[in-house]
Design a protein around this ligand. Structure first.
Ligand SMILES: [Zn+2]
Length: 327
């Protein structure tokens, strides 16, 4: 379930939209009815990010007759305008990344077959739509009597936006801070996977965990009165939730550091996949590998950024990691 927010002011503005299903549309229509509005009255949609439970119904609301502008962060506009289920999953690119971190080809093939089967189960739950205005960090979003400030908080996605109202000190947080969970952070090649002609180069990547931690630490300094997240109810103790999110990742990064240290102590060349196997011996490698491997990769990136993981490449192109003492 996703929470969307309607700001009943001029212009009538919806923050996020829900997935594209008949049930979700019915729920949204019922909520609008209760407030005395029609979907066709929406004048502006602001997306916190492009994920399907946020973008999903934007085009549906347009098709219901709303003449609206859609605003989103500049890094997400191209994804929103060309969204397709296949593109969103980026299966092949993620496979290249997982291969670079040591996941065996045979397992990747089995896992891809399973994922494609899962994806084919129903119609797509999101759709592309046009973006009329792109937002950047610090932009002001005007209403008749007040404005919202846009905060760029990369991590969960590269262009995730938070919306802040200074008078009330309320923060609309999308998936960056959730009421009932901590978000995963995306990790993908920015300019495509390693080329067969040059498999040894480290390719530029968006590695979400490090910016997630940075952008979350920045929120510490502000004292919000409440956080309105997209999942898990209104957050009435914002400071504690922000600390909890940081602590959650701190514990996981430390766990992965310990895994790396103990495997390396046995004199072994350690891959991300070795760490996965050591940490999750009971997990199903087909159904539970992808998200947890992306967590391992994000943590290794963060440990590299902290200078306590040294990475090199084996002759077969797979990355191997060494633990370095804390500087
Ligand atoms: Zn999301």
């Amino acid at each position: 379930m996703v929470q969307v927010y309607l700001i009943e002011h001029e212009p009538l503005t919806l923050i996020d939209t829900g997935v594209k299903t008949a049930e979700s549309l019915q729920t949204l229509r019922a909520a609008f009815d209760e407030l005395g509005h029609g979907l066709d009255e929406v004048e502006r949609i602001i997306l916190t990010h492009y994920h399907e439970d946020h973008l999903g119904q934007a085009q549906v609301i347009r098709d219901a007759g709303a003449r609206l502008e859609l605003w989103a962060h500049e890094a997400e506009a191209p994804i929103i305008e060309s969204w397709t289920p296949e593109r969103h999953e980026k299966l092949d690119e993620t496979n290249s990344l997982l291969r670079e971190y040591g996941v065996p080809d045979e397992l990747l093939e089995r896992q891809t077959r399973w994922l494609r089967k899962v994806m084919k189960k129903g119609p797509p739950i999101s759709a592309a739509t046009s973006v009329e205005r792109v937002l950047r960090d610090g932009d002001r979003i005007p209403f008749k009597d007040f404005e919202l400030g846009a905060i760029h908080a990369p991590g969960h996605t590269a262009g995730h936006l938070l919306l802040h109202e200074e008078g009330s000190r309320v923060l609309i947080s999308g998936d960056h801070i959730m009421g009932d969970a901590v978000p995963f952070t995306e990790n993908y090649y920015v300019e495509g996977p390693p080329k067969p002609s040059d498999p040894l180069a480290r390719r530029p990547r968006f590695s979400g965990l490090t910016p997630y931690l940075e952008s979350t630490r920045r929120l510490r300094r502000q004292s919000f009165s409440a956080i309105l997240p997209a999942h898990g109810g209104v957050i009435e103790r914002p400071d504690r939730h922000i600390e909890d999110a940081l602590l959650f990742y701190d514990v996981r990064v430390q766990r992965i550091e310990r895994g790396l240290r103990s495997l390396a102590a046995m004199g072994q060349e350690v891959t991300g996949w070795d760490i996965w196997k050591a940490l999750f011996p009971k997990a199903d490698p087909v159904e539970e590998m992808r998200t947890r491997m992306l967590m391992v990769i994000g943590a290794l990136d963060e440990l590299e950024a902290q200078g306590i993981c040294i990475t090199s490449r084996r002759s077969d192109g797979v990355l191997v990691h060494m633990h370095a003492p804390r500087p």
